[in-house]
Design a protein around this ligand. Structure first.
Ligand code: KG4
Ligand code: ZN
Length: 325
């Protein structure tokens, strides 16, 4: 099956063609990062306008690079939530128009579910039951997966998402936007020598990162941060220690076969190496370009929807607050 995936939930317009949910034939991403960098964050109205400008050229490029014509496609998968309503609407309307014009089956994909399925695009196949840590700009979710489409939410953030915490910490430290990659880079030049609090929330698989961020803010305000790189390394280490330790504890408790990492923060070098080193179970992590938003993961997820007979009608709507479980 050849699936066209479309993604427009936040600030990347993306399209991809994927074969049998595992083989990428093309994956194109038009990023709006430079436009939003001026404002220090994503401006929803600007994002939806940019999606409108980019969506058709990006789909054309993905189809051309995959040497695919409309006749070669077997289905369309599109992110229908969670995300910014105006942004989601651009992808969903385009997907519906193509499905209608080409009489192709359509499936709406949860963006978080798609992040998990980025792991089906690598060399090693995921095996159930597995535990997935999804760490993105809007979510920090620990999800137990017993089969395709079978999700149990074990834990989530009670305040800031991991990516949001990275972005806010970078702003506090005067680093570039987006903050996650900037902290990752700065941390490579520093040492984690500053003591910052960790919120363990004992007895729960939930996370909390606002305390670490506030402690960092107070230190900067009081002039107690002599070296920005050390501060970035210390912040990163505090967040990653909590993510790694709590993920491994949940994986042990539920006796899973594998641990999967996904979402934009999964591109973080320290998180990738520490989780891989400390986990007693094998750890699967998509290559960095497939951790951040892309449409190959949407097409991969869509393939498994179609395999189970999950399709949507042209009445499908955007669901900005969609949950995974
Ligand atoms: O999954 P994603 O691309 O978009 C959402 O679905 O939110 O995740 C974006 C988040 C941002 O907060 C960004 O700062 C963070 O992922 N991120 C990183 C890194 N690359 C992206 N955080 C830490 N280290 C990185 N290398
Ligand atoms: Zn995402």
């Amino acid at each position: 099956m050849r699936i066209l995936g479309i993604e427009s939930s936040c600030d990347e317009t993306a399209a991809a063609v994927v074969h049998d949910g595992t083989e990428i034939l093309s994956s194109e991403v038009a990023s709006q990062v430079e436009i939003h960098a001026r404002y220090g964050g994503v401006v929803p109205e600007v994002a939806s306008r940019q999606h409108l400008l980019a969506i058709i050229p990006v789909i054309r490029q993905a189809m051309d690079k995959a040497l695919t014509t409309w006749h070669d496609l077997d289905g369309i998968a599109v992110t229908h939530g969670p995300g910014l309503a105006g942004s989601l609407l651009v992808g969903v309307s385009t997907a519906k128009a193509i499905a209608l014009a080409r009489k192709l089956p359509l499936t709406g994909v949860n963006h978080l579910e798609a992040h998990i399925y980025a792991n089906w695009l690598g060399e090693t196949r995921p095996e159930f039951p597995l535990l997935c840590l999804i760490v993105s700009g809007g979510h920090s979710d620990l999800v137990l997966m017993r089969g395709h489409g079978d999700y149990t939410l074990l834990g989530r953030t009670r305040d800031d998402a991991a990516g949001e915490a990275f972005d806010k910490a970078a702003r506090i430290l005067g680093l570039d936007y987006p903050g996650g990659p900037a902290i990752d880079r700065a941390a490579q030049l520093g040492k984690p020598c500053i003591d910052l609090p960790r919120a363990w929330l004992a007895g729960s698989h939930d996370f909390s990162f606002s305390g670490i961020k506030t402690a960092l803010y107070r230190m900067v305000e009081d002039g107690r941060i002599p070296n920005v790189n050390d501060a970035a390394a210390s912040f990163q280490e505090a967040v990653i220690e909590v993510l790694t330790t709590k993920t491994i504890a949940a994986a042990r408790e539920h006796r899973v076969k594998q641990v999967l990492l996904s979402g934009g923060v999964a591109a973080n070098r320290r998180l990738r190496s520490r989780l891989t080193r400390e986990s007693p179970m094998p750890v699967l992590i998509p290559e960095p370009a497939l951790c951040t938003d892309n449409a190959a993961m949407v097409a991969a997820c869509g393939f498994f929807h179609f395999q189970r007979g999950c399709t949507d009608s042209l009445d499908m709507d955007v669901m900005p607050g969609l949950k995974i479980a």
